[in-house]
Design a protein around this ligand. Structure first.
Ligand SMILES: *Cc1c(COP(=O)(O)O)cnc(C)c1O
Length: 481
Protein backbone atom coordinates (compact mmCIF):
# COMPACT_ATOMS: atom_id res chain seq x y z
CA UNK A 1 0.00 0.00 0.00
CA UNK A 2 1.22 3.47 -0.79
CA UNK A 3 0.92 6.01 1.95
CA UNK A 4 -1.25 9.07 1.95
CA UNK A 5 0.69 12.28 1.32
CA UNK A 6 -0.48 15.87 1.35
CA UNK A 7 0.91 19.29 0.56
CA UNK A 8 0.79 22.74 2.14
CA UNK A 9 2.03 26.15 1.09
CA UNK A 10 5.37 27.22 2.59
CA UNK A 11 3.65 30.44 3.74
CA UNK A 12 0.31 29.18 5.01
CA UNK A 13 -0.15 29.37 8.81
CA UNK A 14 -3.48 27.48 8.53
CA UNK A 15 -1.73 24.61 6.74
CA UNK A 16 -4.58 23.91 4.32
CA UNK A 17 -3.75 20.53 2.84
CA UNK A 18 -4.09 19.56 -0.79
CA UNK A 19 -3.28 16.39 -2.74
CA UNK A 20 -0.45 15.69 -5.16
CA UNK A 21 -2.67 16.13 -8.20
CA UNK A 22 -4.01 19.43 -6.90
CA UNK A 23 -0.44 20.68 -6.37
CA UNK A 24 0.43 19.46 -9.86
CA UNK A 25 -2.30 21.54 -11.51
CA UNK A 26 -2.01 24.57 -9.25
CA UNK A 27 1.60 25.72 -9.60
CA UNK A 28 2.00 28.61 -7.14
CA UNK A 29 -0.16 28.62 -3.97
CA UNK A 30 -2.76 31.42 -3.61
CA UNK A 31 -0.62 33.09 -0.90
CA UNK A 32 2.32 33.02 -3.38
CA UNK A 33 4.07 30.33 -1.37
CA UNK A 34 5.24 27.03 -2.84
CA UNK A 35 3.72 23.64 -2.13
CA UNK A 36 5.77 21.26 -0.01
CA UNK A 37 4.87 17.85 1.48
CA UNK A 38 3.63 17.98 5.08
CA UNK A 39 6.02 15.13 5.76
CA UNK A 40 8.98 13.89 3.73
CA UNK A 41 8.52 10.19 2.94
CA UNK A 42 11.40 7.93 3.86
CA UNK A 43 13.54 5.63 1.80
CA UNK A 44 15.09 3.04 4.11
CA UNK A 45 18.25 0.99 3.63
CA UNK A 46 16.37 -2.12 2.57
CA UNK A 47 14.54 -0.19 -0.13
CA UNK A 48 17.76 1.42 -1.34
CA UNK A 49 19.40 -2.00 -1.43
CA UNK A 50 16.47 -3.44 -3.39
CA UNK A 51 17.10 -0.85 -6.11
CA UNK A 52 20.72 -1.85 -6.77
CA UNK A 53 21.06 -2.83 -10.44
CA UNK A 54 17.46 -1.90 -11.28
CA UNK A 55 16.60 0.10 -14.42
CA UNK A 56 15.79 3.79 -14.07
CA UNK A 57 12.06 3.24 -14.57
CA UNK A 58 11.97 0.98 -11.50
CA UNK A 59 13.86 3.52 -9.38
CA UNK A 60 11.63 6.34 -10.61
CA UNK A 61 8.46 4.38 -9.91
CA UNK A 62 9.58 3.46 -6.37
CA UNK A 63 10.78 6.91 -5.33
CA UNK A 64 8.34 9.18 -7.18
CA UNK A 65 5.32 7.16 -6.08
CA UNK A 66 6.02 8.17 -2.49
CA UNK A 67 5.20 11.77 -3.47
CA UNK A 68 2.12 10.80 -5.46
CA UNK A 69 0.63 8.67 -2.69
CA UNK A 70 -2.64 6.99 -3.55
CA UNK A 71 -3.53 9.78 -5.97
CA UNK A 72 -2.51 7.65 -8.96
CA UNK A 73 -3.02 3.88 -8.60
CA UNK A 74 0.22 1.89 -8.64
CA UNK A 75 -0.26 0.12 -11.95
CA UNK A 76 -1.20 3.38 -13.68
CA UNK A 77 1.85 5.09 -12.17
CA UNK A 78 4.04 2.30 -13.53
CA UNK A 79 2.49 2.66 -16.98
CA UNK A 80 2.95 6.47 -17.00
CA UNK A 81 6.57 5.96 -15.96
CA UNK A 82 7.19 3.63 -18.90
CA UNK A 83 5.56 6.16 -21.25
CA UNK A 84 7.68 9.05 -19.90
CA UNK A 85 11.00 7.26 -20.37
CA UNK A 86 10.24 5.23 -23.51
CA UNK A 87 13.44 4.16 -25.23
CA UNK A 88 12.70 6.03 -28.47
CA UNK A 89 12.73 9.28 -26.47
CA UNK A 90 16.21 8.48 -25.17
CA UNK A 91 17.94 7.22 -28.32
CA UNK A 92 21.44 7.80 -26.93
CA UNK A 93 20.92 5.81 -23.73
CA UNK A 94 23.90 3.61 -22.96
CA UNK A 95 22.81 -0.03 -22.87
CA UNK A 96 19.38 1.06 -21.73
CA UNK A 97 20.77 3.39 -19.03
CA UNK A 98 19.16 6.78 -19.64
CA UNK A 99 21.22 8.60 -16.99
CA UNK A 100 24.65 6.96 -16.74
CA UNK A 101 27.37 7.93 -14.23
CA UNK A 102 31.00 7.75 -15.33
CA UNK A 103 34.30 8.88 -13.82
CA UNK A 104 36.20 11.56 -15.73
CA UNK A 105 39.35 11.77 -13.57
CA UNK A 106 40.53 12.36 -9.97
CA UNK A 107 37.39 10.90 -8.36
CA UNK A 108 35.22 13.39 -10.27
CA UNK A 109 32.25 11.67 -11.89
CA UNK A 110 29.57 12.92 -14.25
CA UNK A 111 25.92 11.93 -14.20
CA UNK A 112 24.51 12.51 -17.68
CA UNK A 113 20.97 13.84 -17.35
CA UNK A 114 20.61 15.16 -20.89
CA UNK A 115 19.96 12.15 -23.09
CA UNK A 116 16.26 12.98 -23.49
CA UNK A 117 14.37 14.40 -26.49
CA UNK A 118 15.66 17.99 -26.18
CA UNK A 119 19.17 17.29 -24.86
CA UNK A 120 18.65 19.10 -21.53
CA UNK A 121 18.11 17.65 -18.06
CA UNK A 122 14.68 19.30 -17.91
CA UNK A 123 13.35 16.36 -19.95
CA UNK A 124 13.91 14.09 -16.94
CA UNK A 125 11.17 15.94 -15.04
CA UNK A 126 8.96 17.35 -17.78
CA UNK A 127 8.37 14.01 -19.49
CA UNK A 128 6.74 12.45 -16.40
CA UNK A 129 5.09 15.77 -15.48
CA UNK A 130 3.32 15.80 -18.86
CA UNK A 131 2.14 12.23 -18.35
CA UNK A 132 0.88 12.90 -14.83
CA UNK A 133 -0.94 16.11 -15.78
CA UNK A 134 -2.62 14.49 -18.74
CA UNK A 135 -3.66 11.48 -16.65
CA UNK A 136 -5.12 13.54 -13.81
CA UNK A 137 -6.98 15.82 -16.23
CA UNK A 138 -8.47 13.09 -18.36
CA UNK A 139 -9.68 11.28 -15.24
CA UNK A 140 -11.55 14.45 -14.27
CA UNK A 141 -12.65 15.00 -17.84
CA UNK A 142 -11.00 18.40 -17.77
CA UNK A 143 -8.34 20.18 -19.75
CA UNK A 144 -5.70 22.69 -18.74
CA UNK A 145 -4.17 25.66 -20.54
CA UNK A 146 -0.59 26.30 -19.57
CA UNK A 147 1.28 29.55 -20.07
CA UNK A 148 5.02 29.65 -19.58
CA UNK A 149 8.14 31.70 -20.29
CA UNK A 150 11.51 30.34 -21.29
CA UNK A 151 15.04 31.67 -21.58
CA UNK A 152 16.14 28.56 -23.43
CA UNK A 153 15.82 24.96 -22.38
CA UNK A 154 12.43 24.89 -20.63
CA UNK A 155 10.57 25.85 -23.81
CA UNK A 156 11.43 22.95 -26.04
CA UNK A 157 11.55 20.49 -23.15
CA UNK A 158 8.01 21.36 -21.98
CA UNK A 159 6.76 21.34 -25.56
CA UNK A 160 8.27 17.95 -26.29
CA UNK A 161 6.61 16.61 -23.14
CA UNK A 162 3.15 18.10 -23.84
CA UNK A 163 3.03 17.72 -27.64
CA UNK A 164 -0.09 15.85 -28.70
CA UNK A 165 -1.44 15.24 -25.17
CA UNK A 166 -5.21 15.68 -25.35
CA UNK A 167 -5.71 17.23 -21.90
CA UNK A 168 -3.24 20.12 -22.10
CA UNK A 169 -2.38 23.03 -24.36
CA UNK A 170 0.77 25.05 -23.94
CA UNK A 171 1.59 28.65 -24.88
CA UNK A 172 5.26 29.52 -24.48
CA UNK A 173 6.79 33.00 -24.51
CA UNK A 174 10.43 33.36 -25.45
CA UNK A 175 12.67 36.41 -25.92
CA UNK A 176 13.21 37.48 -29.54
CA UNK A 177 16.93 37.69 -28.91
CA UNK A 178 19.18 35.80 -26.54
CA UNK A 179 18.33 32.20 -27.32
CA UNK A 180 20.62 30.18 -29.54
CA UNK A 181 19.46 29.42 -33.12
CA UNK A 182 19.50 25.77 -32.10
CA UNK A 183 17.11 26.40 -29.19
CA UNK A 184 14.73 28.48 -31.36
CA UNK A 185 14.76 25.78 -34.02
CA UNK A 186 13.93 23.11 -31.43
CA UNK A 187 10.84 25.07 -30.43
CA UNK A 188 9.85 25.87 -34.02
CA UNK A 189 9.84 22.18 -34.78
CA UNK A 190 7.26 21.59 -32.05
CA UNK A 191 4.88 24.46 -32.95
CA UNK A 192 1.30 23.65 -33.95
CA UNK A 193 -1.59 21.62 -32.56
CA UNK A 194 -1.65 22.05 -28.79
CA UNK A 195 1.67 23.97 -28.81
CA UNK A 196 1.82 27.73 -29.45
CA UNK A 197 5.06 29.75 -29.57
CA UNK A 198 5.13 33.50 -29.09
CA UNK A 199 8.23 35.63 -29.40
CA UNK A 200 8.46 38.75 -27.22
CA UNK A 201 10.45 41.75 -28.50
CA UNK A 202 12.47 41.92 -25.33
CA UNK A 203 14.27 39.77 -22.83
CA UNK A 204 13.40 36.82 -20.65
CA UNK A 205 12.40 39.10 -17.76
CA UNK A 206 9.81 40.74 -20.05
CA UNK A 207 8.37 37.32 -20.92
CA UNK A 208 8.13 36.36 -17.29
CA UNK A 209 6.53 39.67 -16.32
CA UNK A 210 3.87 39.14 -19.01
CA UNK A 211 3.08 35.65 -17.75
CA UNK A 212 2.68 36.96 -14.21
CA UNK A 213 0.54 39.90 -15.30
CA UNK A 214 -1.83 37.71 -17.30
CA UNK A 215 -2.27 35.26 -14.46
CA UNK A 216 -3.36 38.16 -12.24
CA UNK A 217 -6.44 38.64 -14.43
CA UNK A 218 -9.40 36.63 -13.13
CA UNK A 219 -10.10 35.12 -16.56
CA UNK A 220 -6.61 33.61 -16.60
CA UNK A 221 -6.20 32.78 -12.93
CA UNK A 222 -6.46 29.05 -13.61
CA UNK A 223 -3.67 28.86 -16.19
CA UNK A 224 -1.23 26.07 -15.29
CA UNK A 225 2.53 26.33 -14.82
CA UNK A 226 5.39 24.14 -15.96
CA UNK A 227 8.29 26.01 -14.39
CA UNK A 228 10.23 24.47 -11.57
CA UNK A 229 8.01 25.97 -8.87
CA UNK A 230 5.63 23.15 -9.81
CA UNK A 231 6.07 20.47 -7.16
CA UNK A 232 5.56 17.76 -9.79
CA UNK A 233 8.87 18.74 -11.33
CA UNK A 234 10.79 18.56 -8.09
CA UNK A 235 9.24 15.19 -7.22
CA UNK A 236 10.26 13.89 -10.64
CA UNK A 237 13.89 14.92 -10.09
CA UNK A 238 14.42 13.18 -6.74
CA UNK A 239 14.68 9.66 -8.27
CA UNK A 240 17.74 10.42 -10.41
CA UNK A 241 19.73 11.32 -7.30
CA UNK A 242 19.00 7.87 -5.90
CA UNK A 243 19.86 6.26 -9.23
CA UNK A 244 23.06 8.33 -9.57
CA UNK A 245 24.00 7.49 -6.01
CA UNK A 246 23.65 3.74 -6.62
CA UNK A 247 25.90 3.92 -9.67
CA UNK A 248 28.52 6.11 -7.95
CA UNK A 249 28.96 3.70 -5.03
CA UNK A 250 28.63 0.60 -7.20
CA UNK A 251 26.38 -1.26 -4.79
CA UNK A 252 28.30 -0.28 -1.63
CA UNK A 253 25.26 1.36 -0.18
CA UNK A 254 26.54 2.87 3.04
CA UNK A 255 29.16 4.94 1.32
CA UNK A 256 28.44 8.69 1.11
CA UNK A 257 28.55 10.72 -2.11
CA UNK A 258 28.75 14.45 -2.89
CA UNK A 259 26.80 16.01 -5.76
CA UNK A 260 27.71 19.23 -7.58
CA UNK A 261 24.73 20.85 -9.25
CA UNK A 262 24.83 23.70 -11.80
CA UNK A 263 22.07 25.90 -10.46
CA UNK A 264 19.70 28.58 -11.63
CA UNK A 265 16.28 28.44 -10.07
CA UNK A 266 17.44 25.95 -7.40
CA UNK A 267 15.04 23.25 -8.64
CA UNK A 268 17.58 20.58 -9.41
CA UNK A 269 19.61 20.92 -6.22
CA UNK A 270 16.44 21.11 -4.14
CA UNK A 271 15.52 17.65 -5.44
CA UNK A 272 18.90 16.45 -4.13
CA UNK A 273 18.12 17.97 -0.76
CA UNK A 274 14.80 16.10 -0.69
CA UNK A 275 16.54 12.82 -1.67
CA UNK A 276 18.93 13.33 1.24
CA UNK A 277 16.07 14.04 3.65
CA UNK A 278 14.40 10.80 2.51
CA UNK A 279 17.49 8.86 3.53
CA UNK A 280 19.79 8.66 0.50
CA UNK A 281 23.40 8.77 1.84
CA UNK A 282 24.26 12.09 0.20
CA UNK A 283 26.89 14.04 2.16
CA UNK A 284 27.23 17.49 0.56
CA UNK A 285 25.10 19.16 -2.07
CA UNK A 286 27.39 21.63 -3.75
CA UNK A 287 25.71 24.47 -5.62
CA UNK A 288 27.66 25.69 -8.65
CA UNK A 289 26.76 29.10 -10.09
CA UNK A 290 28.13 31.15 -12.96
CA UNK A 291 28.77 34.90 -12.61
CA UNK A 292 25.16 35.17 -11.37
CA UNK A 293 26.27 34.14 -7.91
CA UNK A 294 23.26 34.99 -5.73
CA UNK A 295 23.13 31.50 -4.21
CA UNK A 296 26.89 31.20 -3.71
CA UNK A 297 26.79 34.45 -1.73
CA UNK A 298 23.76 33.23 0.23
CA UNK A 299 25.41 29.97 1.26
CA UNK A 300 28.71 31.62 2.14
CA UNK A 301 27.36 34.66 4.00
CA UNK A 302 23.72 34.02 4.91
CA UNK A 303 22.63 37.07 2.93
CA UNK A 304 20.13 36.62 0.07
CA UNK A 305 20.49 39.67 -2.16
CA UNK A 306 18.81 40.31 -5.49
CA UNK A 307 21.05 42.04 -8.06
CA UNK A 308 19.46 44.70 -10.25
CA UNK A 309 19.88 42.54 -13.32
CA UNK A 310 21.30 39.23 -14.45
CA UNK A 311 24.63 39.02 -16.26
CA UNK A 312 24.48 37.46 -19.71
CA UNK A 313 26.89 34.53 -19.58
CA UNK A 314 28.00 31.54 -21.61
CA UNK A 315 25.96 29.25 -19.33
CA UNK A 316 22.72 31.12 -20.12
CA UNK A 317 20.26 28.71 -18.50
CA UNK A 318 21.64 29.81 -15.13
CA UNK A 319 21.34 33.56 -15.75
CA UNK A 320 18.89 34.40 -12.97
CA UNK A 321 18.47 37.08 -10.30
CA UNK A 322 16.28 35.08 -7.90
CA UNK A 323 16.21 31.35 -7.19
CA UNK A 324 12.52 30.63 -6.58
CA UNK A 325 12.85 27.08 -5.28
CA UNK A 326 15.15 28.16 -2.49
CA UNK A 327 11.97 29.09 -0.57
CA UNK A 328 11.35 25.36 -0.15
CA UNK A 329 14.52 25.00 1.95
CA UNK A 330 13.18 27.62 4.35
CA UNK A 331 10.80 25.04 5.83
CA UNK A 332 13.91 23.34 7.27
CA UNK A 333 15.30 26.63 8.56
CA UNK A 334 12.05 27.79 10.17
CA UNK A 335 10.47 24.42 11.05
CA UNK A 336 6.72 24.54 11.70
CA UNK A 337 6.78 28.30 11.32
CA UNK A 338 5.25 29.36 7.97
CA UNK A 339 4.74 32.89 9.33
CA UNK A 340 8.53 33.24 9.56
CA UNK A 341 8.96 31.93 6.01
CA UNK A 342 6.43 34.46 4.82
CA UNK A 343 8.05 37.31 6.75
CA UNK A 344 11.52 36.39 5.44
CA UNK A 345 10.28 36.28 1.84
CA UNK A 346 8.44 39.56 2.27
CA UNK A 347 11.59 41.30 3.48
CA UNK A 348 13.40 39.93 0.44
CA UNK A 349 10.62 40.94 -1.96
CA UNK A 350 10.36 44.45 -0.54
CA UNK A 351 14.00 45.32 0.17
CA UNK A 352 15.75 43.04 -2.30
CA UNK A 353 17.86 41.71 0.55
CA UNK A 354 17.42 39.59 3.64
CA UNK A 355 19.75 37.85 6.10
CA UNK A 356 19.30 34.91 8.45
CA UNK A 357 20.73 36.90 11.31
CA UNK A 358 17.80 39.32 11.37
CA UNK A 359 15.58 36.25 11.94
CA UNK A 360 17.71 34.88 14.76
CA UNK A 361 19.24 32.12 12.67
CA UNK A 362 23.02 31.62 12.29
CA UNK A 363 24.32 32.91 8.97
CA UNK A 364 25.98 29.60 8.16
CA UNK A 365 22.75 27.62 8.53
CA UNK A 366 22.84 26.36 4.94
CA UNK A 367 26.32 24.94 5.51
CA UNK A 368 25.03 23.28 8.66
CA UNK A 369 22.33 21.68 6.52
CA UNK A 370 25.03 20.20 4.27
CA UNK A 371 25.09 22.70 1.40
CA UNK A 372 28.33 23.99 -0.07
CA UNK A 373 28.88 26.30 -3.03
CA UNK A 374 31.24 27.85 -5.52
CA UNK A 375 31.16 29.91 -8.68
CA UNK A 376 32.74 29.82 -12.08
CA UNK A 377 33.67 32.45 -14.67
CA UNK A 378 33.71 32.23 -18.45
CA UNK A 379 37.45 31.49 -18.36
CA UNK A 380 36.87 28.74 -15.76
CA UNK A 381 34.23 27.17 -17.99
CA UNK A 382 36.54 27.06 -20.98
CA UNK A 383 39.27 25.58 -18.80
CA UNK A 384 36.99 22.86 -17.43
CA UNK A 385 35.70 22.00 -20.92
CA UNK A 386 39.34 21.53 -21.98
CA UNK A 387 40.19 19.55 -18.84
CA UNK A 388 37.29 17.15 -19.42
CA UNK A 389 38.14 16.89 -23.11
CA UNK A 390 41.74 15.94 -22.27
CA UNK A 391 40.25 13.20 -20.11
CA UNK A 392 38.11 11.94 -22.96
CA UNK A 393 34.79 13.60 -22.13
CA UNK A 394 32.81 16.39 -23.79
CA UNK A 395 30.84 18.58 -21.39
CA UNK A 396 28.60 21.59 -22.03
CA UNK A 397 29.19 25.04 -20.44
CA UNK A 398 26.65 24.49 -17.61
CA UNK A 399 28.18 21.16 -16.68
CA UNK A 400 31.54 22.94 -16.85
CA UNK A 401 30.42 25.28 -14.06
CA UNK A 402 29.86 22.21 -11.90
CA UNK A 403 33.15 20.63 -12.91
CA UNK A 404 35.01 23.86 -12.09
CA UNK A 405 33.61 23.85 -8.56
CA UNK A 406 34.23 20.11 -8.16
CA UNK A 407 37.88 20.51 -9.17
CA UNK A 408 38.37 23.37 -6.68
CA UNK A 409 36.82 21.42 -3.84
CA UNK A 410 38.73 18.27 -4.73
CA UNK A 411 42.00 20.24 -4.67
CA UNK A 412 41.17 21.87 -1.32
CA UNK A 413 40.16 18.64 0.37
CA UNK A 414 43.14 16.56 -0.75
CA UNK A 415 42.67 12.80 -0.80
CA UNK A 416 39.12 12.38 0.28
CA UNK A 417 37.79 9.23 -1.33
CA UNK A 418 34.15 10.29 -1.37
CA UNK A 419 32.94 10.27 -4.99
CA UNK A 420 31.94 13.70 -6.25
CA UNK A 421 29.23 13.54 -8.90
CA UNK A 422 28.70 16.49 -11.26
CA UNK A 423 25.25 16.78 -12.81
CA UNK A 424 25.40 17.19 -16.60
CA UNK A 425 22.44 19.40 -17.44
CA UNK A 426 22.75 19.80 -21.23
CA UNK A 427 24.54 18.27 -24.18
CA UNK A 428 27.39 20.35 -25.70
CA UNK A 429 25.60 20.38 -29.06
CA UNK A 430 23.22 23.03 -27.71
CA UNK A 431 26.04 25.52 -27.16
CA UNK A 432 28.23 25.18 -30.22
CA UNK A 433 29.88 28.60 -30.14
CA UNK A 434 31.26 28.23 -26.59
CA UNK A 435 32.39 24.70 -27.40
CA UNK A 436 34.18 26.06 -30.44
CA UNK A 437 35.81 28.78 -28.35
CA UNK A 438 37.10 26.19 -25.88
CA UNK A 439 38.17 23.43 -28.23
CA UNK A 440 38.51 24.94 -31.70
CA UNK A 441 35.86 22.59 -33.07
CA UNK A 442 32.18 21.88 -32.59
CA UNK A 443 30.80 18.65 -31.14
CA UNK A 444 29.38 16.00 -33.43
CA UNK A 445 25.60 16.19 -33.43
CA UNK A 446 23.44 13.30 -32.33
CA UNK A 447 21.61 12.06 -35.42
CA UNK A 448 18.24 13.55 -34.54
CA UNK A 449 19.66 17.09 -34.50
CA UNK A 450 21.48 16.99 -37.84
CA UNK A 451 20.03 19.69 -40.11
CA UNK A 452 17.69 20.98 -37.39
CA UNK A 453 18.03 24.70 -38.21
CA UNK A 454 17.68 24.08 -41.98
CA UNK A 455 14.56 21.96 -41.72
CA UNK A 456 12.80 24.43 -39.42
CA UNK A 457 13.58 27.47 -41.62
CA UNK A 458 10.62 26.69 -43.81
CA UNK A 459 8.23 26.50 -40.85
CA UNK A 460 6.13 29.57 -40.07
CA UNK A 461 7.68 32.14 -37.73
CA UNK A 462 6.61 32.59 -34.13
CA UNK A 463 3.92 35.17 -33.49
CA UNK A 464 5.59 38.33 -32.23
CA UNK A 465 4.32 40.69 -29.53
CA UNK A 466 5.74 43.66 -27.65
CA UNK A 467 6.64 43.63 -23.96
CA UNK A 468 3.69 44.62 -21.79
CA UNK A 469 1.09 44.16 -24.55
CA UNK A 470 -1.15 42.02 -22.42
CA UNK A 471 -4.29 42.47 -24.51
CA UNK A 472 -2.65 40.90 -27.58
CA UNK A 473 -1.27 38.11 -25.40
CA UNK A 474 -4.72 37.59 -23.88
CA UNK A 475 -6.30 37.13 -27.29
CA UNK A 476 -3.58 34.70 -28.41
CA UNK A 477 -4.13 32.58 -25.33
CA UNK A 478 -7.93 32.84 -25.57
CA UNK A 479 -7.94 31.71 -29.19
CA UNK A 480 -5.56 28.82 -28.68
CA UNK A 481 -7.37 25.56 -28.06
C1 LIG B 1 17.48 24.89 -16.25
C2 LIG B 1 18.93 24.60 -16.35
C3 LIG B 1 19.79 24.71 -15.24
C4 LIG B 1 19.31 25.22 -13.90
O1 LIG B 1 18.49 24.33 -13.23
P1 LIG B 1 17.65 24.80 -11.93
O2 LIG B 1 16.79 23.66 -11.60
O3 LIG B 1 16.88 26.00 -12.40
O4 LIG B 1 18.63 25.15 -10.87
C5 LIG B 1 21.11 24.35 -15.40
N1 LIG B 1 21.59 23.93 -16.59
C6 LIG B 1 20.80 23.82 -17.68
C7 LIG B 1 21.39 23.37 -18.98
C8 LIG B 1 19.44 24.12 -17.60
O5 LIG B 1 18.67 24.02 -18.69
Amino acid sequence: MTEHISYVSTRDPDAIEITYSEALLAGLAPDKGLYVPTQIPSLNDAEIRSLVGMPYTKVFHTVNEKFVGNDIPRKDHARLTEAAFRSDKFPDAIEGNITPVEEVADGILIQELSLGPTAAFKDMALQPLGQHMNYVLSRKNESLRILGATSGDTGSSAEAAMKGLSGVSLTMLSPATGMSPFQKAQMAELSGGNIQNISVNGRFDDCQAMVKALKMQPEFADLGAVNSINWGRVAAQVPYYVYGYLQAVDGNINKPVDFVVPSGNFGNVLAGHIARKMGAPIRNLIVATNENSVIDTLIQTGVYRRPSEAYVTSSPSMDITVASNYERVLVDIFPDDPAKVKAYMQVFEQKGEVSFEEFGVPNDILKQLGFMSGQSSHADRLDSIRWAHQNGRLIDPHTADAVTVARKIRAERGDDNTPIVCMSTALPVKFESTMHEALGCTPIRPKRFIGLEERTKTLSDFDIINPGDSSTLASFVRNHR
